[in-house]
Design a protein around this ligand. Sequence first.
Ligand SMILES: *[C@@H]1O[C@H](CO)[C@@H](O)[C@H](O)[C@H]1NC(C)=O
Ligand SMILES: *[C@@H]1O[C@H](CO)[C@@H](O)[C@H](O)[C@H]1NC(C)=O
Length: 258
Amino acid sequence: MPAEPKPPRAAALPARPLLLALPFLSLLLLLYVYSSSSSPSFSPPLPLTPSPPSPHIRMRASRFRSYDDYLRHQLNKTLDPRLRRVWATRDWRRKVDAFARAFARLRDSSSDHPLLTNASRALCVGARLGQEVAALRQVGVADSIGIDLAPAPPLVAKGDFHAHPFPDDTFDFEFSNVFDHALYPDRFVAEIERTLRPGGVAVLHVAVHRRGDKYSANDLLDVQGLVGLFRRSEVVRISKVDAFGLDTEVVLRKKRTS
Ligand SMILES: *[C@@H]1O[C@H](CO)[C@@H](O)[C@H](O)[C@H]1NC(C)=O
Ligand SMILES: *[C@@H]1O[C@H](CO)[C@@H](O)[C@H](O)[C@H]1NC(C)=O
């Protein structure tokens, strides 16, 4: 015999339509807030999904248990008091002068469109104490700033290179020599391309075919592994450099139309 159908629970009904509508109402509210805000997007949300595997980049992600663990690991070197003392004293002049020579070369290199000018708005990605920022200012690029996980005022602001604290299309020039520290290489590059204005220039110093230090998150086996991640830029040139253990300079320009 079929079971008697249960009578409807009339008392629960009145609340139901409202409860069911709540997710939709909040979604509408969210869409409204986003569409009515004119401010550009800052700091895309973390955590991130792993970069797709590349035959040109060997990831060392397995050494990190989580994104927080990775950040702690990076900060451990950046905040090491002994290293900071060396960077700020013995290292400072030597590094600033070497960076200044590299930037002056970029500024003076003949090109239809200059790579770097005194009027460029410049960002150094993963700048630690800001030797490269000091160098840019020294050669005359006054509007320069760095970002790193730990700030070092007035040259370096707090900022994760996986989520630049700047709106789209902000900078004319970006420099970095910390690609090997990127846990998400595709995101590292996408953030540079996002915050560069169309026609802006990215310069990266990297080590190819070398094993990085114990803080490295990846090893770049072939420069194509880096260049291939730039989806909105064209290679200007790739050349050999001798830059504190890094051997390759990659210069790219973000396309003016996407
Ligand atoms: C940070 O560095 C110190 C000294 O080198 C070490 O003892 C400690 O385990 C490190 N912590 C992490 C989270 O790597
Ligand atoms: C750029 O700035 C440097 C340093 O202040 C100065 O020597 C140089 O003449 C400037 N270049 C131009 C083209 O203004």
